[in-house]
Write a protein that binds this ligand. Sequence first.
Ligand code: SF4
Length: 218
Amino acid sequence: MTMSAREKKTRALRILDALVERFPDARCELDHEGPWQLLVAVVLSAQATDVSVNKVTPRLFGAFPTVQHFAAANAVDVEAFIQSIGLFRNKAKNVVGAARKIVGEHGGLVPAEREALEALPGVGAKSAAVIVANCFGVPAIAVDTHVGRVSRRLGLTRHTDPDKVEAELTSLLPRERLLQAHHTLIFQGRRICESRKPRCSACPVAGECNKVDVDVSV
Ligand code: SF4
């Protein structure tokens, strides 16, 4: 039996409420103060864990306290602080390039529009959504690997393309709860609905899930 649009929305809200109850403290796990530091942390986090990023950012931000410091730096100076992170050379170049563009074109302030953010080196659609949602109160749900996987397993979407997943989740959930959905789906994906071995017996939304105890491959 196919669900009506209203039923789908009600179900999505039920799932979100259960995840919020389980993870009331779900939040951005990249340590940062302000939009610029979050931008740097997000750029560094591509194909790296938040934990590994959090290990290097205190010293990095100690050495380069502002966006102007990064803009004035050479990429090799930044590299020295992030060598434990994958793709560090490219990331150092992107962070310095982004800082120069922000100082040169945006008066030293991180832009609050997704389009302007996506024009910065190293900042893709997902990163831009993370920044505007966390720092500027713009309703957006950034779709990373966890958000995509958990949403598919729960039947909230069938899409694999992150833009399409974002559009579907945005149509299902109230705009003011998109950031909360982003954080709780990530917590669920990291702690319960893990990629290889979902812990279905400990899952707060197992009652909503067709993949419970199935050998999932999505
Ligand atoms: S029941 Fe299992 S597969 Fe479904 S959301 Fe929970 S942990 Fe993931």
